[in-house]
Each structure stands twice: as C-alpha cells, then as structure tokens.
Design a protein around this ligand. Structure first.
Ligand code: NAP
Length: 421
C-alpha cells in the first residue's frame, strides 16, 4: 500500500494499478483496480487489515490470480486530525474522488464538542447520498429467536436531516440570532438556554434515494419496499419524505409496483413480477422489526431514523460486528463496517472483523461486480461460524464456544476461503 497523508501531490497510485472509469452512469472496472483504504480509529486498523487479507485471498482464489485489488492508503478521523489538523484532509477527499471506491474503517467523533464528524462530512462532500446496509444471518450465535428469518436491506438517506450539521450550541451568536428570528418573525419562543438544530429534508434527495432503492429492489427480485418515517409529527420533513417516496413509486415505477391497499382484498398476496410498496411510522417500524422482521425486505428511511432502524436490524443478527454498509453516490462508493471505533477493544485483538470483511464483499459485489469473490467471502463466513470460529462478541451468546482473537479468526477465515475456492 502507498499513499501520502495531507497533501494530494504526495499521493501516488500503486504501480500496476488502474483507475475505474465512469461514463453515462456506469462504472468500468479494470482487472487491477486501485481501491482507497482508510483504516480509521480505535479497532479500525485491526479490522480493516483483516478485511484486506480476506478480500485479497478471495479475489486471488476466485479469479486464479487474473484479478487483483491494489490498495491506496489514506487517512481520516483522529489520526488525520493529529497529523493534518483536520479529520478529513482535502487529499483524502480528492483521492477518493479519483479512485471512486474506498473501504473505510470507523472514525471517532468527539461527543458534544471538538471536531465535526468526518463520516458525515465525507458523505456530504462526495454526495454519497444512499447508505445501503444489508442485514442477514450467517449462522452466528445471537440472543434473538428467529435470526434465520432476517434478510433485510436498509436504504438510508445520507446527506440531510439532523445529520446535515446545521446545529449551534445554546450560547452561540447563531443560536441567539435564530431564537430571536423565530420569536420576532413567528412568535415562537425558545428558552435562552436552548441549543438548536435544523432538520432539512428535500424532495430531490428523497426521490433519488427512493429511485435507487426501488430499482435495486426490482433488479434483485426483492418483494417489498417499506418507507419508514414519522410523518404524523414531523409533517413537512418526514411526512413529505413519505409523500415524495410514493410520488416516485407511482410516477416512475407504476407497472412494477403494487400498493398495500391494492392487495388488501387478496389477503396481501403480491402479484408476480411486482414489488409491494408500503409505509410504516417510525415507532411501529422499530417494534415490528423485532416482532416480525420477515414482513420486511427493503426499508427506506430518512437519515436519523435510518441510523436507528439499521442498528436495531443489526441487533437481530448478533450486533454491529456482523453488519456492513456501503455509501453510494453517482460514480463513487465508500464501504464500511456498521460499527464505530469500539475504543474498549482497540489494540486488544478482541474485535470482530467480520463487518469490515463483509464491507469488502459489498464493494466487490455492488461496485466492482466481482460476484464470485463476494460469494466466496460470504460462504466462508458461514463455514467459519459453522465450525465454531467466532470472536468474543458472538461467543458470549453460545455456551460451548471458545472465542478467537481478531487475528486468529482472520487466519481461519483465510484458510477457509482457500479451501472453499
Ligand atoms: P461502537 O464503536 O460501535 O461500539 C459499541 C459497542 O459495540 C462496543 O463497545 C462493543 O461492545 C460492540 N462492538 C462494536 N463493534 C464491535 C466489533 N467489531 N467487535 C466486537 N464488538 C464490537 O459505538 P460507540 O461506542 O457508540 O461509538 C464509538 C465511536 O465510534 C464514537 O466516536 C462514534 O462517533 C464512532 N462511530 C463511528 C462510526 C463510523 O465510522 N461509521 C459509526 C458509529 C460510531 P461490547 O463489547 O460491550 O459488546
């Protein structure tokens, strides 16, 4: 791996690698693509290094050495803040724009002060408008009773909502101006010790997400797309999200979809070749996800609710150590594990690297189109778990399993990839 941290002029593509191309909305993928890698903070370096080992092996085995990924190392988060004075150096952003694809570890965000989230900034500057998070069971121990019936994909809006970062501390000039404006213009009084945040949700951002989710669901033969929102209370943001979502479904996909009320008379039977589109209120969505996850397939959410829905979904299959997501824009994608930096596990060889490994598989499948290598990784994860190879986060839900360390689990997985190839 090569790379320069703060200055884009110090970045050199690995010799032998080629860039991905992009034209008319389609990526072209060489057999020797360069992929950016950000190891991240906390457990990030351990789990991302593990993912690189497994991805390299799976690509080598699946294509008998005729394809290879070249990694270009970049920095972001705490490490970048310390070295470059910013958690998201321009060099990192420019390099991802250039190579188009990145595998990213978790990045630390200080709570209640300090620098702003580099994750959120990265999604915004690269316009990675959709976070796609598949949640399924690989056979791992979990306290949930029906994990085998969980197979969901959460499409979460990634650039707006309360995550847009329009937020001011209670004692700032901006918050004071804002409170005064609300009072003088609209007669709305907020107490002088009120911090404020703004929740923007636009038709454009909502509809490009819903368009992506519906076309993805149709292409992959998924049967249901559920719009999750709290439109009863936040009428002009989340309510509008639902309305604009139906506008796309009915305006652009009418011959491919059917609405819930249209199949009521048939007891909910979805006609062949159609995707059912329905919606659920946020609170009901979260409880139904736990009670009857099998009634849900693709779930489309605004940003904040999407964070909660995807975390609850992850819990059903044993937690965030087993779930990955991909942040998609037009011609650019960043895959990452669902979890954060888990500081208490950092440097202790106890973290579960599977989420990062699955993030690598997602990149291979969804961006490069290297399905054989992605399938091999997923099959190997299933086989590793079947043999009782798991890290501590999962071993605690089984009575007879001795947990492996991050490195030992990775070695076992690499061996299984070789064996299954
Ligand atoms: P977290 O890092 O996901 O960790 C929460 C808990 O989940 C851990 O203490 C650990 O708990 C378990 N866990 C998470 N990942 C694991 C793994 N790979 N293997 C084993 N156990 C794992 O969430 P957090 O503590 O709320 O956040 C910590 C930092 O991460 C914050 O700075 C936050 O902003 C950041 N974060 C970053 C991202 C991102 O980069 N996309 C996402 C979320 C959070 P037990 O050992 O008790 O089970």
């Amino acid at each position: 791996m090569t790379g320069g941290p703060c200055d884009v002029r110090e970045l050199h593509l690995p010799p032998g690698s080629e860039l991905l191309g992009y034209s008319n909305g389609v990526l072209s993928v060489p057999s020797n693509p360069v992929i950016a890698i950000i190891k991240g903070d906390g457990i990030g370096p351990e789990v991302v290094e593990s993912a690189v080992r497994v991805v390299d092996e799976a690509v080598k085995v699946a294509y008998r050495g005729s394809r290879r990924v070249y990694w270009l190392e970049l920095i972001a988060g705490r490490q970048a803040y310390e070295v470059c004075g910013t958690p998201l150096p321009e060099a990192t952003v420019e390099a991802i724009r250039l190579v188009r694809v990145a595998l990213k570890g978790p990045l630390e965000t200080p709570v209640g002060g300090g620098y702003r989230s580099a994750n959120v900034a990265l999604r915004q500057v690269l316009n990675l408008y959709a976070n796609i998070r598949p949640v399924r069971w690989y056979g791992q121990p979990t306290p949930y009773k029906y994990p085998e019936r969980v197979d969901l994909v959460v499409f979460r809006e990634n650039t707006e909502d309360l995550y847009a970062g329009i937020e001011w501390p209670f004692d700032s000039i901006e918050a004071e101006d804002f409170r005064r404006f609300l009072w003088e213009r609209y007669g709305v009084r907020l107490a002088a010790d009120t911090g404020v945040g703004v929740k923007p949700i636009s038709r454009t951002a909502t509809q490009r997400l819903v368009r992506l989710a519906l076309s993805w669901a149709i292409r992959r033969g998924r049967r249901r797309v559920t719009i999750a929102h709290k439109g009863t209370v936040m009428k002009y943001t989340e309510g509008a999200f639902a309305r604009w979502a139906y506008e796309v479904a009915l305006g652009e996909f009418r011959d491919k979809i059917v609405l819930e009320e249209e199949v009521e008379s048939t007891g909910g039977v979805i006609p062949e070749g159609r995707v059912l589109v329905n919606d659920r209120l946020a609170d009901n969505m979260l409880q139904q996800l736990i009670l009857r996850p099998w009634d849900y397939d693709v779930i489309v959410c605004p940003n904040v609710l999407g964070d909660l829905v995807s975390e609850v979904a992850a819990a059903l299959v044993g937690g965030v150590g087993m779930v990955a997501g991909i942040n998609m824009g037009d011609g650019v994608a960043v895959a990452e594990p669902a979890h954060g930096t888990a500081p208490k596990h950092a440097g202790r060889n106890t973290a579960n690297p599977t989420a990062s490994i699955l993030a690598g598989a997602l990149l291979l499948r969804e961006v490069l189109g290297w399905r054989e290598a992605a399938d091999l990784i997923e099959k190997s994860v299933v086989e590793a778990i079947r043999r009782g190879f798991v890290t501590h986060d999962l071993a605690r839900y089984a009575s007879d399993v001795r947990p492996l360390g991050t490195r030992e689990y990775t070695m076992k997985l690499v061996e299984i990839v070789r064996m299954m190839g």
